[in-house]
Design a protein around this ligand. Structure first.
Ligand code: NDP
Length: 288
């Protein structure tokens, strides 16, 4: 059996058209949602992600601004830029592109973002709300994955989900969100012994490892759902995921490709969060 391929591009397209309608409604009320992205330095991957975010904002009518700062920017200067955005009423969402240069304390910068504008969902207040189950900004990548489950009617209740990776931006929040939907979640990481023994038992595997084609066919059981978060550039210049797509698609029931899987949904959920922030300010927000 070959897996159903979860089409992140098509889902993101649908999301964008829903978001565009919400932007139009806001505009009719005289509100223009705005996102400010702060990019420090010129890391090629970060530069390309930021360009993608800018383009996506434009396509749905969100006003976007990119603050491109040199890599020598001091932490204090960066904090001052964030403070200005915090106070600017035209800015509904602030995103500081990670990673930051080594001389800057990332967590300090994240902590300085106004939690009402934390569209990346990395501020401790957003993280706390996620843990408790309060409404709040959800981090875009895990949020996008949850939207994929919803769109493809993949039920989580009572199922065993195994997450490989425990980062703050992917592994931890996706584990919490799946648990919220009543999955039994196992979190694995680099110190996990007998990793395959866990993944083989899983109904759902989420790979957020950052290692090309790490999850091979012998990791998964027939019929499982495999979500590939990884984005790895291999020597040939090609982008590949953390899952060996060609092998695993012959065993899984559903699988996300790389590219055109989780990546486009991540950007779509950033747009959603920005619009939700503007709606919340206007007192017309629903959901989270
Ligand atoms: P991190 O490097 O922060 O985390 C990787 C995790 O994988 C860590 O928890 C690490 O364990 C674990 N790990 C590493 N090696 C192994 C191993 N051999 N066995 C088991 N676990 C292991 O990465 P991120 O979570 O930020 O990102 C993961 C991947 O997802 C990357 O490829 C990244 O580019 C991609 N990504 C894609 C996004 C998208 O939009 N599609 C968005 C964000 C990330 P430990 O904690 O013990 O070190």
């Amino acid at each position: 059996m070959t897996a159903t391929i979860i089409d992140g591009n098509q889902l993101a397209e649908q999301k964008r058209s829903e978001i565009k309608k919400r932007v139009d409604e806001l505009r009719q009320r005289g509100i223009e949602p705005g996102l400010t992205v702060v990019l420090v330095g010129n890391d090629p991957a970060s530069t390309s992600y930021v360009r993608g975010k800018e383009k996506a904002c434009k396509a749905v009518g969100i006003r976007s601004e990119v603050l491109r700062l040199p890599k020598e920017t001091s932490e204090e200067e960066l904090l001052n830029h964030v403070r200005r955005c915090n106070e600017d009423p035209r800015v509904d969402g602030i995103l500081v592109q990670l990673p930051l240069p080594d001389h800057i304390n990332e967590q300090r910068v994240i902590n300085s973002i106004n939690p009402d504008k934390d569209v990346d969902g990395f501020h401790p207040i957003s993280v706390g709300n996620l843990v408790i189950g309060n409404p709040g900004f959800l981090p875009c990548t895990p949020y996008g994955i949850m939207e994929m489950f919803r769109a493809y009617d993949i039920s989580l209740s009572g199922r065993h989900a195994v997450v490989i990776g425990r980062s703050n931006i992917v592994g931890k929040p996706i584990s919490l969100l799946m648990q919220r939907e009543h999955a039994t979640v196992t979190m694995c990481h680099s110190r996990t012994k007998h990793l395959k023994a866990f993944t083989k038992q899983a109904d759902i595997v989420v790979a957020a490892v950052g290692r090309p084609r790490f999850v091979t066919a012998d990791f998964v059981s027939p019929g499982s759902v495999v979500i590939d978060v990884g984005i790895n550039r291999v020597e040939s210049g090609k982008l590949v995921g953390d899952v060996d797509f060609e092998e695993v698609k012959e065993i899984a029931s559903y699988i996300t490709p790389v590219p055109k899987g989780v990546g486009p949904m991540t950007i779509a959920m950033l747009l959603h969060n920005t619009v939700w922030s503007a709606e919340r300010k206007a007192g017309i927000a629903t959901g989270s």
